[in-house]
Design a protein around this ligand. Structure first.
Ligand code: DX5
Ligand code: ZN
Length: 555
């Protein structure tokens, strides 16, 4: 299908909401494992898998084998988005007569493997890969496995067989979420190391304890270790895996069970339990409130931008914001596409290119070719015709489409028809031109108003707050509706980029939790607030929520 990073991200968000809808409706099912593999599935379905939903048995199709079949809602939600059936069919999940059962079944067109009995998907996949080779077909097999199911001896028999027959048309992805039914994998049957306490984050923090990849390597597989919630890492890993010849590949994707809904995260209880219907609107809001941090490297050492990119990577930034200034649209000059091309090989983190230049339509292709993942141009220097051309160039090249407005600019009339096609809208909160300026307070109100116009016109992208964003105002910017946050002086201008990004995320978490509690209160008063808080049993979340609820007077 070949969607861009932003479109995949949006589909992942939609798929998570469909999983919630389906399982809460059914009153049972497996949201935890559907969410840990949400980005994995999104990336396979919307970038790599070859299929035709109108012709599910197309002979030259690729095959997606969901070995961890209990996570069927995570498969069906993606199949619905891919066009195999209408999303409303998910309301029939686990009902008598439905094609969508608690475990995938071949009676649902497009399903390639009857999952349910764990530990056998890889054997089936090796067989399918060999069959494709014998038939001379270009078929590629993608197999999503759970870590719990690798307790089964058959998995390792398949590992040996795959290596012996060099099935390089097979890519396995291990959803390494550290939790299996009832408990932590490292307690039941350690793949890395035995977990002594209950603090799963211990395993995450210390890469030297991860041994799973070594096991597969010793069986002769090409192993790629990644963070399985990072679309760009998945994208890069799947590309590398599909290019590897002479050995099967396995991507060990470290994930979080229940990822995206805090009370489900890292909690074995949510392996196989459905959310109650009364929580669905709150959970939907939570899924929609994912936030991204985008450090702006011009706030660093302009003579060594390579090092600034490294600092962003080490700091776990979500995007790298690249402020291109031409000395005409704004008085200053920074760098152009040549610099971006030089920086591109240094990281896989998406490049968020912000063009503060005149006549962007003339140069936008250069910035596509330099490796931008999204390009944002200014409304002040576009009209319907030039923006239409820019949009077409970006879409044709799988690059995200962004539009920016200055503090004294309102969204122009010509932009209205483009709103549903935008991946990002930058609302400038300083007069563009340099970093280190003060946030213009009226931007809060402007953003809130703009969001209602955008929503009325079918906006499905992310608002990016850019200019003067700090630890003091990021919570308010989040509450306004911004979901991506540029940080120049407040992030790159600081010594400890990783530490500051962590603090930014903490501020966002606070704002998000507050918004969700307000939603709970709107829907069901103090009683629902108390029930919502009670769901949060792991870690410090509960105490934090209780404190916020008290501040809000919800007691
Ligand atoms: C302003 C740029 C911003 C800016 C961010 O012209 O578009 O991205 O550099 O820097 P701070 O966060 O310091 O305002
Ligand atoms: Zn910018």
């Amino acid at each position: 299908m070949g969607l861009n990073y932003y479109q995949i991200k949006k589909n992942v968000r939609r798929a998570r909401k469909l999983v919630i809808r389906a399982t809460s409706n059914a009153g049972s099912g497996h949201p935890g494992g559907s969410f840990s593999m949400a980005e994995i599935m999104g990336c396979i379905f919307f970038k790599y898998l070859k299929y035709d939903p109108k012709n599910p048995n197309w002979e030259d199709r690729d095959k997606l084998v969901l070995s961890k079949g209990h996570a069927s809602p995570g498969l069906f939600s993606n199949m619905a988005l891919a066009g195999y059936f209408d999303p409303s069919e998910l309301d029939t999940l686990r009902k008598f007569g439905s094609r969508l059962q608690g475990h995938p079944d071949l009676k649902c067109p497009g399903v390639e493997f009857c999952g349910g009995s764990l530990g056998i998907g890889l054997s089936f996949s090796v067989g399918s890969a060999l069959a494709a080779r014998i038939d001379g077909k270009p078929t590629r097999i993608f197999t999503v496995m759970g870590d719990g199911e690798t307790d089964e001896g058959q998995v390792w028999e398949a590992a040996m067989t795959g290596a012996k027959y060099k099935v390089d048309n097979l890519t396995a992805i291990l959803d390494r979420n550290f939790i299996q039914q009832d408990s932590y994998t490292e307690k039941v049957m350690p793949l890395d190391e035995e977990l002594v306490g209950d603090d799963l984050s211990e395993m995450w923090k210390d890469a030297s304890r991860w041994k799973t990849g070594d096991k597969w390597r010793s069986f002769g597989w090409n192993v790629i270790d990644i963070d399985g919630h990072r679309i760009e890492q998945l994208d890069h890993a799947i590309k590398k895996a599909t290019q590897t010849k002479g050995a099967p590949s396995i991507i060990v994707a470290r994930t979080i069970k229940g990822k995206g809904v805090e009370h489900m995260e890292d909690n074995p209880k949510w392996h196989g339990q459905a959310p109650k219907k009364e929580f669905v609107p709150i959970i939907d809001m939570e899924i929609d409130s994912q936030a991204m941090i985008a450090p702006s490297i011009i706030a660093g050492d302009m003579t060594n931008l390579e090092n600034e990119v490294k600092r962003c990577t080490n700091g776990r930034a979500d995007y790298i914001h690249l402020d291109v200034m031409d000395g005409m649209f704004v008085p200053n000059k920074t760098f152009d596409h040549n610099k971006i091309r030089e920086l591109r090989p240094l990281t896989v983190i998406p490049f968020d290119t912000h063009l503060m230049i005149n006549e962007p339509v003339k140069y936008v292709k250069d910035y596509v070719d330099a490796g931008s993942d999204i390009i944002t141009v200014h409304a002040e220097v576009c009209d319907a015709s030039s923006f239409g051309q820019i949009h077409d160039i970006l879409k044709a090249n799988q690059v995200g489409v962004g539009l920016a407005i200055n503090p004294d600019t309102n969204l122009p009339e010509w932009a209205i028809p483009f709103i549903p096609k935008l991946d990002q809208m930058i609302v400038m909160s300083v007069v563009p031109g340099k970093s280190g300026q003060k946030y213009i307070e009226s931007t809060h109100e402007k953003t809130q108003q703009l969001i209602s116009t955008l929503n009325q016109n079918g906006f499905d992208g992310y608002i990016e707050a850019d200019g003067g964003v700090t630890l003091d105002n990021i919570g308010l910017c989040f509450a306004d509706g911004a979901r991506a946050f540029v940080g120049g002086s407040a992030i790159i201008g600081q010594q400890d980029v990783r530490g500051v990004i962590r603090e930014f995320r903490n501020k966002i978490a606070h704002a998000r939790r507050k918004g969700l509690l307000q939603k709970a209160h709107d829907l069901g008063g103090n009683e629902l607030v108390a029930k919502w808080i009670d769901l949060h049993t792991i870690g410090e979340k509960r105490n934090h929520l209780t404190a916020i609820a008290r501040e809000l007077g919800y007691t």
